[in-house]
Design a protein around this ligand. Structure first.
Ligand code: ZN
Length: 272
């Protein structure tokens, strides 16, 4: 039951149909002062910034989707994480969806990413920069053997460092990864440094990317935080309960996505 409640409240879903949303029609941020408004899955973003399409240690993939608008804290977070990883000699990171120009609901993909605080980072490793053509239509690398519910040979020690380096950051509220990935992280971490695992939450669909969710900025008084993850490293029973029983779909259950009524401050962004 717990799992289904979590599923319902959580970050990821692939809709089985495309639903046009008014948020997609905006190609410019609003002129209001910057603010994340509402919750991750029902909110918007005033006065967004854009993440430059490339920088030290990262590139933005599928820039044509125009989902690289973000809260300024998110931009700083990505730039400093990418730089830090590069300085440690790790491959560049590939940044996928963040948010649209005014946040809000995507017509396909995740139901969250609405307030400029959610970031998808691919698990594909790339030492060489991708060409413009590849960036527009990149090939994803899954690290999970979905039908057999186990990690595959694409998983490298790099991935452990990538998730851990992100999770230990103060600004991070949660990171979503496929439950098989969380099992590997749980098994790899030593006994005395497990606090960061609490933030890493199992979620179907996240086997070729991880989803980083940042906390609300303190100044954003209309930004709604999610409750803290349960105490502990989350490596026990709840994680085990994600393993599909015989006959259940191996990875992607269908969820119906419904547009919810937005906070009034978000309605104002649509009128500007
Ligand atoms: Zn995501």
């Amino acid at each position: 039951m717990f799992r289904f409640i979590t599923v319902f409240l959580g970050c990821w879903l692939i809709s089985t149909f495309s639903l046009a949303t008014p948020w997609e029609s905006f190609t410019t941020p609003s002129t209001q002062p910057t603010q994340s408004i509402g919750s991750y899955a029902n909110g918007c973003l005033a006065g967004a910034d854009t993440l430059p399409l490339q920088g030290e240690g990262y590139q933005v993939i599928r820039p044509q989707r125009q989902r690289h608008y973000a809260h300024p804290n998110t931009i700083t977070f990505i730039q400093s994480l990418a730089k830090e990883l590069q300085e440690k000699g790790m491959p560049r990171i590939l940044i996928a969806d963040i948010a649209m120009a005014r946040g809000g609901l995507f017509s396909f993909g995740h139901s969250s990413h609405q307030t400029g605080l959610d970031i998808d980072v691919w698990l594909r490793v790339t030492r060489l920069p991708l060409s413009e053509k590849e960036l527009e239509n990149p090939r994803a690398t899954s690290v999970v053997d979905i039908p057999n519910y186990r990690i595959n040979s694409h998983w490298k020690p790099y991935h452990f460092d990538l998730v851990k380096s992100s999770a230990i950051k103060e600004d991070v509220a949660r990171i979503f990864v496929h439950p098989v990935i969380k099992e590997v992280l749980c098994a790899t971490e030593t006994q005395n440094d497990r606090e960061w695992l609490r933030k890493v939450r199992p979620w179907f669909g996240h086997h070729s990317h991880m989803h980083i969710r940042l906390k609300c900025s303190e100044e954003d008084i209309h930004c709604i935080e999610q409750a803290q993850p349960p105490e502990g490293d989350g490596c026990g029973e709840e994680l085990a309960s994600w393993k599909p029983k015989k006959g259940q779909p191996a990875d992607k259950p269908n969820y119906i996505k419904k547009a919810k009524k937005k906070p009034e401050l978000c309605q104002a962004l649509l009128r500007e």
